[in-house]
Design a protein around this ligand. Structure first.
Ligand SMILES: Cc1cc2nc3c(=O)[nH]c(=O)nc-3n(C[C@H](O)[C@H](O)[C@H](O)COP(=O)(O)O)c2cc1C
Length: 223
């Protein structure tokens, strides 16, 4: 597959065939994903391969509270879990929200989960003194996580980069035996997609790229 084709068709698979994902395939995926960049080339990643049904179920349980709030905020027309505009929902409203099964069931159904963790003692969080949520620290782990999904697509596999379980990170740390300085960046669900989506919904370049300044003219397709 051409690289641009891979990039344009790497969708979030949430339904899988029962085909297992063997260690040899996982090894190939990680052996290519490891060429991702990280700040100072510190490569603070650790990957935990999860196939035990009890562990998968515990990850699904960990995702539940975040998924509930996510669904409640979407239903209320909010941008879920954003750190700029506080939610107007009460805890009671959140507690009453139904959780879409697609936000929890793939952890149980996927043949394998990859908990992608990162050693915070080697991550350069350059924005840590700014008065906003940290963002640059994630840049030392998410390129690696996305490389895993691109490599998986190259193997005919698919999955979803998920973060819902991370709101219960202490539970995951206990479940997986993580040392305290290890954060969970994502739990990737992985398997053979039940079907292929090829038309991803994304904004056009003109909607997000401008010349020279935020309010500059849009970068347009050359004619
Ligand atoms: C940082 C991040 C966190 C995400 N967390 C979740 C998640 O917890 N659960 C989930 O089902 N999908 C999650 N997704 C997947 C997005 O929902 C998905 O990328 C988006 O809806 C686009 O879907 P598509 O790639 O199939 O077009 C996450 C994606 C990113 C990049």
């Amino acid at each position: 597959m051409d690289l641009y084709d891979v990039m344009r068709t790497a969708f979030s698979a949430r339904e899988f065939t029962p085909d297992p994902v063997d260690d040899a395939t996982l090894y190939r995926i990680l052996d290519n994903a490891r060429f991702a960049p990280s700040g100072g080339n510190r490569q603070g990643w650790r990957v935990i391969v999860i196939r035990d049904p009890a562990t998968k179920a515990a990850v699904a349980e960990a995702a539940l509270p975040a998924a509930r709030r996510y669904a409640a905020q979407v239903a209320a027309g909010e941008n879920p879990w954003n750190t700029v505009v506080p939610t107007k929902l009460t805890p009671e409203q959140v507690a009453a929200a139904p959780v879409p099964p697609l936000l929890t069931e793939p952890y149980r159904a996927a043949p394998v989960l990859l908990a992608v963790c990162v050693d915070l003692s080697v991550v350069a969080a350059i924005d840590q003194e700014l008065d906003r949520i940290g963002i640059t620290g994630g840049a030392s782990i998410y390129p690696f996580a996305w490389n895993i999904l691109l490599a998986a697509r190259n193997e005919g596999l698919g999955g979803t980069l998920t973060t819902m379980p991370v709101s219960r990170e202490p539970d995951l740390q206990a479940l997986l035996g993580l040392p305290p300085q290890f954060a969970v960046a994502t739990v990737i669900t992985l398997g053979r997609p039940a079907r292929q989506l090829t038309r991803l919904k994304r904004k056009p370049v003109e909607a997000f790229a401008t010349l020279e300044r935020f309010d500059g003219p849009p970068l347009t397709r050359p004619s």
